[in-house]
Design a binder for this molecule. Structure first.
Ligand SMILES: O=C(O)CCC(=O)C(=O)O
Length: 290
């Protein structure tokens, strides 16, 4: 396990707490005003593009690799305060591995079963990946905020079971085969503009949104450039900060306009490659992967 040697944007205590617990929150990413503006921009995009002839459902683009086709997601993935905190964990060289919008509409049954992110990604049980979850609306137990299990990142990748449940926001509906006691679930309450960080092995999940508002999370996975795709298949990143001296991943351009022809073509290529990695050995199919 890493130790607290780097701490730009995070003090030593915060870095130590991340490595001890496997997560850190709440951290400030955007002001309330900036978070409101980002939510308005997203909701304008949803109105404009919901029924606008996209090759795949809008929800697929939002849920997987949104940074490839939506400039605001690429921009939010490079939010300076988030990168400063990530730098405290990963060091100065940071790549964006994935960015996703995890949205639960008001009063819906969608959940995320307890899981470890790194299970199917082919990157191994690594310390060099951290996820930032940025709230654009209140994340609370009522709205279905994430729950983390403290210290669970010290486990290896544990066995998971695929459920392919339609109410599960995960691609395979995967669930870790471990009983998590309700008292071991730490609710990650965030106000709009705040974010949490979690380790790729931290066991986490979230319940349904029983509130009257949408629960909107911008979820960005950052890696150090020395990480590798262990399956030997092609894999992709977008530059965030510092340098990539390893070139273990193919670099993607940040999109310049929403769903441009070029970015949609890149999106399809990545989706086809990542489906091979993420859905390998799957016994069912996913609505977001092929
Ligand atoms: O948004 C959620 O409820 C879960 C997100 C998640 O699993 C993740 O960020 O790794």
């Amino acid at each position: 396990m890493e130790t607290a040697t780097q701490h730009r944007g995070l003090d030593r205590e915060a870095v130590e707490s991340y490595w001890k617990d496997g997560y850190l929150f709440p951290l400030s990413g955007l002001s309330e005003k900036e978070a409101r503006a980002a939510r308005m921009e997203l909701e304008a995009l949803e109105r404009e593009w919901l029924d606008n002839g996209l090759p795949l459902p809008l929800n697929t683009y939002k849920r997987v690799n949104a940074h490839v086709v939506i400039p605001m997601v690429a921009r939010l993935s490079r939010t300076p305060a988030i990168l400063d905190a990530v730098e405290g964990i990963l060091g100065p060289d940071i790549l964006i591995y994935a960015a996703e919008l995890f949205i639960k509409e008001a009063r819906t049954k969608q959940i995320v079963t307890m899981h470890q992110d790194l299970t199917y990604w082919g990157l191994g049980a690594i310390d060099g990946m951290v996820t930032a979850w940025l709230a654009l609306s209140p994340a609370s137990p009522e709205s279905g905020c994430m729950d983390f299990v403290k210290g669970s990142h010290k486990n290896p990748i544990l066995p998971h079971e695929d459920t392919f449940d339609a109410n599960n926001l995960l691609s395979r509906g995967q669930e870790v085969k471990v009983d998590v006691a309700p008292e071991d679930r730490v609710p990650i309450v965030l106000q709009p503009g705040e974010f949490s960080l979690h380790h790729g092995l931290t066991i986490h999940g979230s319940g349904p949104n029983v509130s009257d508002d949408r629960r909107i999370g911008v979820v960005v996975r950052y890696i150090r450039p020395d990480m590798k795709q262990e399956t030997g298949m092609r894999d992709f990143v977008m530059a965030a900060r510092g340098e990539d001296r390893f070139r273990n991943f193919e670099h993607l351009p940040a999109p310049e306009s929403n769903f441009s022809v070029e970015s949609l073509a890149i999106y399809d290529e990545i989706r086809a490659e990542q489906t091979k990695i993420l859905m390998r050995d799957a016994k069912g199919s996913s609505s977001v992967y092929g």
